[in-house]
Design a protein around this ligand. Structure first.
Ligand code: ATP
Ligand code: MG
Length: 716
């Protein structure tokens, strides 16, 4: 039974067998960090050090959690129950449900998604007569999220953290927002960890009970934890200090969500005597792919530094390909053709992935994949559950689960149209506010008291009776039958069945798919929690499919064949990331590129187009600077003639639309010199302090120095 240890190299084995005390494994992509963590889990159980539910294991994605569950089951020779294994959010939600009364929630609380959050914030702002055009509610959501990422409830926000959003009203709105969430018996994603950490911090007896429960703590993708996640871990690990974190600073790609790579340094401080292990052999990628990725990431300055060698016995392999195309349609065509060729040569679709920088790039590929009849799945994005019809159906289900869910109630009370107009709704809102009751109850009272009239009253009464009936069905026949009945009798499904627009049929299919998906869960509550947490459409079992996902969603995964399209300035590195965070943003983009390349086992192909449609207009684009940073001897350039590729002298040429040729343009004096005063739409006035081809380093008068493309600024 100990042969699982033989599948490890000596350093990996040492990390598995160093069971007691804090341990940090810091190592590059594909060096077996996740394998170490999984084996360690099994080792703890097999050596009888803890029972399955006494290990807390944190993964980064639900997919990774599933994979880890399977790997542990494999090692142990059968499935194990009751594991505390999942994402930070899933684990915190589970913990919070056990103690939710301490923060004023009931155990059936709803988890709101971003859409609901924004709607709620907008309502609160409107109630205060704030101009939501000038101050975007989504911006406020971002601010509140950052506070939550730092573990700060309203009461603990000091002057240093305060924001000048809406003339300093952000904190006040944050307070109101939290109060409103409690009234709705709802929590947002940030609350899950914020509350879980607060409960541990303020209730020593509860903390002690978890200290007794969790003998061992395992954390994957540690470089992407944010502060509140770190606090939560630190509290839980405080007693036994049996915590093992694995991570790679070069793969830190979530700072925009509050992740702090400094947590790696904090670990060694907070857990004195922590052992540090480095793994240096990459078992995933061929030597050229690994060399290309290493060469690229070497351009980052802020690194903890590490070396990586190929651990594969056969160190040969195909070079990383870099394909030049005219436009995104050709790009999609070329990629899908290669997919077909690989498939004909015996590779499985399951082993192929297309990794895009932004969701908007997906459509061109989806169209091509559909056209060619290639089975595919979109992973990681919220695509399926974000569709309007799915969100509507989920609103019905949420009310069925929890009548106090006012947001859901507002969404469907007049959907399909039942003659419950704004006036009627306002009556219900007033009633709810006046009596401090949920809208659902207010509706019932309004119907009983006759404060609504005519059609509005009749159809509302019918809807409420419907919910009573569906709730009875739920209790009697279970959630799947109740859902089908509700979608039918409420008129929602019939609305789409009668709809003659082209998308209607697809919507009906999606709704059916939704009900089908529910069957996999033991209860309605479990299903809704899954939806809130996963927001990811699992592929139908069995059939092999090509995966399409964002680079961010691909962390920790691996594929034989990886396509990396859209390597163009502005798209990747992404202009917004660079605008907002200057060189730091650029380095994070580079890490993202590193993550992308290192997903590949055997083949990787980057592509870039010389024109791209952005918001409907064709725009010329410039190859990504990352292409120049790849070691030339590890890549093979294919596609359009060499002249098309980025050259130092390219400033003197204009790209000519979709035509493959390049037309020289009269040499032009550079517009910007060091010392020039410039103006930027968002950052205002600044002084050029550096010029690198078409990129400028600008010291802004009211912001720090940023690196921007020159076309985004004007001479002041
Ligand atoms: P990432 O940084 O991308 O998350 P990782 O460090 O977690 O990567 P793993 O996914 O654990 O790496 O391992 C990469 C691949 O190498 C996997 O296919 C794994 O099974 C394989 N592998 C790991 N260790 C060994 C080993 N000692 N011998 C052979 N193969 C190994
Ligand atoms: Mg991993």
């Amino acid at each position: 039974m100990s042969d699982y240890l033989d599948r490890l190299n000596p350093e990996q084995r040492a990390s598995v067998e160093t069971i007691d005390g804090p341990l940090l494994v810091l190592a590059g992509a594909g060096t077996g960090k996740t394998r170490v963590l999984t084996t360690r889990f099994a080792h703890i159980l097999l050596t009888g050090r803890a029972r399955p539910h006494q290990v807390l294991a944190v993964t980064f994605t639900n997919k990774a959690a599933k994979e880890m569950r399977e790997r542990v089951a494999d090692l142990l020779g059968g499935p194990v129950e009751g594991l505390w294994l999942g994402t930070f959010h899933a684990l915190a939600a589970r913990m919070l449900r056990r103690h939710c009364d301490l923060v004023g929630l009931k155990s059936d609380f709803t988890i709101l998604d971003a859409d609901d959050q924004v709607r709620l914030l907008k309502q609160l702002m409107e109630a205060r007569h704030l101009d939501t055009k000038r101050w975007a509610p989504a911006g406020l959501m971002g601010i509140i999220q950052r506070w939550k990422d730092k573990g700060l409830p309203p009461a603990r926000i000091g002057a240093a953290e305060d924001s000048d959003y809406a003339d300093g009203k952000a904190l006040d709105l944050y307070r109101a927002y939290q109060a409103r969430l409690l009234e709705l018996n709802a929590a947002d994603f940030g609350d899950l960890l914020l509350f879980a950490a607060e409960i541990l911090r303020t209730h020593p007896e509860i903390l002690a009970s978890y200290h007794r429960l969790f003998r061992y703590i395992l954390v994957d993708e540690y470089q992407d934890t944010n502060l509140v996640q770190y606090y939560w871990l630190r509290l839980l690990a405080q007693a036994e200090k049996n915590i093992c974190c694995v991570g790679d600073d070069d793969q830190s790609i979530y700072s925009w969500r509050g992740a702090e790579v400094e947590n790696i340094l904090r670990f060694e401080k907070d857990f004195p005597g922590a052992k540090l292990v480095r793994l240096e052999r990459n078992y995933r990628s061929t030597a050229p792919i690994l060399a290309a990725a290493s060469g690229l990431i070497a351009h980052n300055a802020g690194r903890l530094g590490k070396t990586l060698q190929s651990g594969k016995k056969d160190a040969s392999g195909e070079k990383l390909q870099v394909l030049a195309v005219n436009d995104q349609d050709q790009e999609a065509r070329e990629v899908v053709e290669r997919i077909a060729r690989y498939r004909n040569a015996g590779d499985s679709y399951d082993q192929m992935v297309i990794l895009v920088r932004t969701g908007a790039q997906m459509r061109a590929f989806e169209e091509r994949l559909i056209l060619s009849g290639t089975p595919y799945r979109v992973v990681g994005g919220a695509r399926f559950y974000e569709r309007a019809e799915i969100r509507d159906a989920l609103a019905y289900l949420r009310i069925l689960n929890q009548p106090a869910d006012d947001l859901a109630f507002e969404r469907i009370v007049n959907l399909p149209r039942r003659g419950i107009g704004d006036g009627a709704l306002q009556t219900l809102r007033d009633g709810a506010r006046g009596q401090s009751i949920p809208l659902f109850l207010s509706a019932r009272r309004a119907v009983d008291a006759g404060s609504l009239k005519g059609k509005a009253r009749d159809s509302l009464a019918k809807l409420l009776l419907g919910f009573d009936r569906w709730r009875a069905t739920l209790a009697r026949d279970g959630h799947v039958i109740a859902a089908a009945e509700m979608l039918d009798e409420s008129g929602y499904m019939p609305m789409w069945l009668e709809d003659k627009t082209p998308e209607a049929a697809g919507r009906v299919d999606n709704l059916k798919e939704l009900v089908r998906a529910m069957a996999e869960f033991e209860s309605l509550g479990a299903f809704l929690e899954h939806v809130a947490l996963v927001m990811e459409r699992d592929a139908a079992e069995g059939e092999a499919r090509v995966s399409l996902m964002t680079l961010h969603a691909a962390k920790g995964l691996e594929f034989d064949i990886v396509f990396l399209p859209g390597w163009e300035e502005g798209l990747f590195p992404n202009q917004r990331a660079v605008d907002e965070n200057g060189n730091k943003g650029l380095e994070e983009e580079r890490r993202l590129a590193y993550v992308g390349i290192t997903r590949a086992r055997k083949h990787a192909m980057i592509s870039y187009a010389s024109t791209r449609r952005i918001y409907g207009t064709m725009q010329d684009s410039v190859p990504s600077q990352f292409l120049d940073e790849l070691p030339e001897d590890q890549i093979e350039r294919i596609g359009l003639p060499r002249v098309q590729q980025r050259q130092p002298w390219r400033d003197d040429f204009a790209w000519s639309g979709s035509v493959a040729a390049v037309a020289p343009r009269a040499p032009q004096a550079r517009k910007f010199k060091v010392g020039a005063r410039v103006f930027h739409q968002k950052f205002g006035m600044g002084t050029v302090v550096g010029v690198d081809h078409d990129k400028l380093d600008i010291a802004f008068d009211h912001s720090d120095t940023k690196r921007l493309m020159d076309r985004f600024v004007e001479v002041a």
